[in-house]
Design a protein around this ligand. Structure first.
Ligand code: F6P
Length: 466
């Protein structure tokens, strides 16, 4: 099996320094891929340096994964990470053109950092390696590497949605960006919907020859394959973590603090795409409509801060504090507070314990590539007494966890009424129905796991480029 060179903006944060809740799904997934295949993981260290040198820090982790990282200059971080990646592409890819910033300097910084990534990783790529690039930070990296003579098999996976063509064309130089992506041999998307949007764009805007059956896109004599590969969790590892003392203690901690109220839990990076204000509006509507149920439900929102230097992220934080405060002001009693809003991350083990203790898991992004919290919530449940997953129909995970209407309770996250109704349905759901929904969802969560995801992407990469 060829060695893997994984390239992403962020690499896994060693356990002691980070918290699972703050990392997003990508880190855990790639760690699992590298453990299985061997190789190297290259990316940004998350650190600043006054002058970019390209010098690489190597760290070999206890589980055998080698990371190679570079530091970036403050201007790089501002224009590439805070700028083009997270103030232009991120909002645009989540259909938020109202928040999308189109600044020339951001675009230049993005090109510069992709060039720096390419120059730095180039000496690490050996003849037979497969190169696997991840996410919207590095869309043009494959083209940069090709221009430096890399002829290895190269794949790319997008962890976010891909927007409809009529939104994407709002991006200056959109054609150049997608033409650069077609230098990869294989492009992976989370769901059939994002894949369709991409294929549609290539046909309509670039005039490429697109075969929607096979995902083959042919332009200027070169063919790239695009397919959907829904990412999963590391189910076996997750099961082991669920049996630890830390998980049991966290479960007990939550249960004893909620006493005879049912807990509903949300765990999300503090990001406007996650639909957190809308979620609080749904909860507020639930308490307005069923005031007596304030003694039945406690809502716990864990939201570790994210991308704090960006204005739209500061705004969302302020808005949430205000909304959580309003609900608590209006609905609290001397002996109870209905909303617990926590701005910090927890370890994977603790989160599993919290998920297991919560009768309802609420995952209601306005738009999300996949959302692994939904899958983690299901995986953490006690099969004999499982909780209910309330899931946004706009999360990629809904394609898999709807289970023909017999899995997650799907909602429109923009509708406070629908959310309030779903909370009531979930709270009152009889044990037999909870079990039946759980059993349908757990099959997908267990079978379509991260090892399957990695294996099928790598197998296709070997096949398409042959
Ligand atoms: O999954 C999307 C993603 O942007 C990942 O690329 C990233 O690791 C995660 O969310 C967390 O975001 P950030 O790296 O900006 O903290």
């Amino acid at each position: 099996m060829p060695r893997l060179v994984v390239i992403s903006n962020r690499v896994a944060v060693p356990k002691a320094r980070g918290v699972a809740g703050a990392q997003g799904g990508l880190a855990g997934a790639l760690n699992a891929a590298l453990k299985a295949n061997g190789g190297i993981w290259f990316g940004w260290s998350g650190q600043e340096t006054p002058d970019f040198s390209g010098s690489i820090n190597y760290v070999r982790s206890a589980d055998g994964v080698t990371t190679a990282t570079i530091d970036l200059e403050p201007q790089d971080i501002e224009e590439y990470y805070n700028g083009y990646a997270n103030s232009t592409l991120w909002p645009l890819f989540h259909y938020r053109i109202d928040l999308t910033k189109y600044e020339r300097e951001f675009g230049k910084g993005y090109e510069r950092v992709n060039e720096r990534f390419a120059e730095s990783v180039l000496p690490l790529i050996e003849h037979d390696d497969s190169v696997w690039v991840h996410d919207y930070h590095l869309l043009p990296l494959g083209e940069r590497l090709r221009s430096m003579g890399v002829s290895n098999k190269m794949g790319f996976f997008l962890h976010t949605p891909w927007p409809p063509a009529n939104l994407f064309v709002s991006l200056p130089y959109h054609e150049r960006l997608v033409r650069a992506m077609l230098h990869y041999d294989l492009l992976g998307f989370q769901t059939a919907v994002w894949l369709e949007s991409f294929l549609h764009y290539c046909g309509k805007e670039l005039g490429a020859d697109v075969d929607t059956e096979t995902g083959a896109i042919t332009l200027d004599g070169k063919t790239t394959i695009a397919r959907a590969y829904p990412i999963g969790i590391d189910f076996d590892y997750f099961t082991v973590m669920g049996k630890t003392d830390a998980a049991a203690q966290a479960e007990e901690r939550l249960l004893s603090s909620t006493r005879n109220r049912s807990a509903m839990i949300g765990v999300d990076r503090l990001d406007y795409s996650k639909g957190l204000p809308e979620r609080l509006d749904g909860i507020s509507r639930f308490f307005d409509r069923y005031p007596e149920r304030v003694r039945d439900l406690v809502f716990i929102q864990i939201a570790p801060p994210s991308r704090e230097d960006i204005g739209s992220y500061k705004d969302i934080r302020a808005l949430l504090e205000q909304k959580a405060g309003q609900i608590n002001g209006a609905c609290s009693e001397v002996d109870l507070v209905p909303v617990r809003y926590v701005n910090k991350g927890y370890s994977q083990e603790e989160l599993i314990g919290f998920y297991r203790a919560a009768r309802i898991g609420v995952v209601t992004p306005l738009r999300d590539g996949m959302n692994l919290v939904a899958k983690e919530y299901v995986a953490a449940q006690d099969p004999e007494n499982p909780g209910v997953l309330i899931l946004s129909r706009f999360a990629g995970a809904a394609e898999q966890l709807d289970c023909h209407g017999e899995g997650a309770v799907l909602v429109n996250p923009y509708s406070a009424d629908e959310m309030a109704h779903a909370i009531r349905v979930a709270l009152d759901m009889p044990l037999e129905e909870r079990k039946s929904r759980y059993h349908k969802m757990i099959v997908t969560v267990r079978e379509e796991n991260v090892h399957e995801w990695t294996a099928s992407f790598i197998a296709d990469l070997a096949g398409v480029a042959a």
